[in-house]
Structure formats: C-alpha cells, structure tokens
Design a protein around this ligand. Structure first.
Ligand SMILES: *Cc1c(COP(=O)(O)O)cnc(C)c1O
Length: 367
C-alpha cells in the first residue's frame, strides 16, 4: 500500500547523504565546532539573500524571538500585538520578557487581520509581531502604518517565512528584526535545531552577536548574555542546502499547483489563496480548510497519508492552561475547526500528490 508521510525525516539526510558526510568530515577535521567561518559564511548567505545588513545565527527561532524582544528593550508590562494562529514560541518570547501578549483574530488566510489591530492598541502597546505563516507574508502596509502612527516596533515571527515576499520585499525585513527557524521540517531545515535573527540596525545587531555568546566580544563580557549559538556544523549543512534554495521553493510551488489542479473542483476543500500580484508564497505548509476535518484526517491516516493540524490542533487562546483564553477570537475558533495541513515537502512525488488528492475526493464521495 502506498505511504505518504507528512514529513520524511530520514530523507532530509539520506537524499544528500554523501554531501553531508563530506561536510561533516571536512568541518570536523578542522575542529570547527563553535562560531567558526562556516557560520559567518552562512550568515552572509542569508543576509545577502534577504537584502539586509546583518544575520545572526542562534540556537533556534524561539531564542531568536526572545533575544529580539530583550535586546530591543521591552519592559515589564509592555503589550505586544500578535495573532493567535501561531506557535506558542511567539507569545512565549513575550512572556519570557515579562511582556503581555495581546491576541488578534485572523482573516480568511488564517493570518493576523490588520483591520482588527488598531482597536487593541492601548497606552501600553509597544510592539506588533506579525507571523509570516505557512510561507506567506502578511499584507504589511496597514501594519506598518499603525506601527508608525503609534510608535510601535515591529518584530516579525518569520520562522516559516524564509523566501516569502510581499511586494518584492522579503519576510523578516519589514521591521526592526525578523527571525528564521531551521527546524528539520522547515523550508530550510537542518538535523536538529537552528535559528537566525535578521536586521538592518547596526547597534541591535552588535548586541545580538554578543548576547548569543555570553555577552562577550573578544572574550570580554560587555553585557549579560546567554549561550544561543547556531552550531557551526549546522551552519555548514545549511549553507550547502541553501545553494539550491531557489529550486526548493520552485518544487514546493509545483506541489502546491498540483494540489490545486486536483482539488480545485472539490467544494469541501478550501485551498490556500494562490498568487496575487503582491505575494510570493513558498508553501512552508499547505494548509487547507476542509469539511468534516477530523473524519477526513482519520480516513487519510487509514490510507497511510500523514496530515497535521497545526500546533497540535489549537490556537494560542485555546490552550486553557496558558492563560490567554480570555481573548474572544471567533474567526480563529472557526478556522481551527476546519484547518488541516497536507503533506508538502521536497520528498513527495507528483504521484503522491495525486494519490493524496484522489483519496480526499474519494472520502467526500462516500460521506
Ligand atoms: C517553528 C516556529 C517557531 C519556532 O522555531 P524553533 O526554531 O523551533 O524555535 C516559531 N514560530 C513559528 C511560527 C514557527 O513555525
């Protein structure tokens, strides 16, 4: 029986095993484990690609967010506006800095609805954190103009956004800082954790470089910091993979087009909004809205097709014990009744997409 896992973790390594072994051997033979040339090169690659001045490799995107808020000078009680359809990492970066997450309802794309932001702004509001979800960048004009009007700092959770653009501008570059994640299943993933901060602000960048390495510069401690260094080996693996990043994006877009081709007439499936002139999407995820979601998920599983409901099935305000359930977000609630992510990665074939699509169509014929 055919099998289409949601993500094929062994393939991440196996598909380029020889190259990775060579890199491992070459870097390790040099003893280049911590903060060596490979991380500098990879940081340059990302900074050039995003057209920003600085990229700082860190241990993961959660750290990147926490650091970005800390270094930008967030104070206890500062309010940060963000969507509820995101990973706990986004509000936890605020909580870790004693800030207050203020959740906003989503639009039909599942992203923060810019029209609902202004009503949430108070005297305590200091930041907006757009989340560039599923490889798509938010419509940024309104977010930027609100930030200017109320003197708010934009820090982007673009952990899923590498390569995605809005009006030709890269995700992560719209505010003071953006972050990327190199978690294995991310569009640029390594064999473990990894993350990055990007910024055009020289002072902010300098502090990030120090902070990730115990607040040090040339072994002199100039500030309190922590250890959150991107591993030099991971940087080498990532820089190698990044050389074919354009092809990676192209393939994901092809897979998305195939899903669209097969599912466009299936009225029970609402596909992600495809291209318009402003967005360039990388399809970090292929999130659809479907009727009878839980039954469909089960049916697909019984046919060896892996699907995932993002964040384990709950938006931030739906995790009762996280204490943010006082936010009334009806659109997000509705979204989370229907959303489902289909397999979307470099390791699925055209035939796999056809199989998944046909099984979805078969399900709705029979219910
Ligand atoms: C993956 C992800 C993160 C966290 O990234 P890590 O590198 O695993 O810490 C944060 N925000 C979003 C939206 C993500 O998808």
């Amino acid at each position: 029986m055919k099998k289409v896992p949601f993500f094929n973790y062994p393939e991440l390594y196996n598909s380029n095993k020889e190259e990775f072994l060579k890199i491992f051997d070459e870097v390790s033979s040099r003893g280049a484990y911590i903060l060596q040339n490979d991380i500098v090169e990879f940081e340059k690659s990302i900074a050039n690609y995003c057209n920003v001045k600085h990229a700082i490799g860190v241990a993961n995107a959660t750290d990147a967010l926490e650091m970005a808020f800390h270094i930008s000078g967030i104070k206890k009680g500062d309010e940060v506006i963000l969507p509820s359809h995101t990973m706990t990492a986004s509000p936890s970066a605020v909580i870790a800095n004693k800030g207050i997450p203020i959740l906003v309802d989503c639009n039909q794309e599942g992203m923060i609805n810019p029209d609902l932001i202004e009503e949430k702004i108070t005297k305590k509001t200091k930041y907006i954190m757009p989340v560039q979800l599923n490889g798509r960048t938010c419509k940024m004009e309104k977010i930027i103009s609100l930030a200017e009007k109320y003197h708010l700092t934009i820090i982007e959770d673009s952990a899923q956004g590498l390569g995605s653009t809005y009006r030709g501008k890269q995700a992560g570059t719209f505010g003071l800082a953006g972050v990327f994640s190199f978690y294995p299943a991310k569009i640029l993933g390594t064999f473990g954790d990894g993350g990055m901060i990007i910024t055009n602000d020289d002072t902010f960048a300098e502090k990030c470089f120090k902070f990730r390495d115990h607040g040090r510069s040339n072994l002199d401690c100039e500030m309190w910091g922590r250890n959150s260094r991107l591993h030099n080996l991971h940087a080498a693996f990532l820089d190698f993979q990044f050389k074919s990043f354009n092809e990676t994006i192209q393939r994901r877009r092809e897979v998305a087009k195939l899903y669209q081709k097969y599912l466009v007439d299936e009225s029970n499936v609402k596909l992600p909004i495809f291209e318009d002139e402003n967005h360039f999407d990388t399809f970090q995820n292929f999130e659809v809205l479907v009727n009878k979601r839980d039954q469909l998920k089960e049916f697909l599983a019984s046919n060896n097709i892996g699907t995932i409901i993002q964040w384990g099935g709950k938006a931030i305000h739906q995790f009762e014990r996280l204490g943010l359930n006082h936010f009334d977000l009806p659109k997000t609630d509705k979204y989370f009744e229907n959303c489902l992510m289909l397999p979307m990665n470099l390791f699925i074939s055209d035939d796999d997409v056809k199989y998944v699509s046909h099984k979805i169509i078969e399900f709705y014929k029979n219910v």
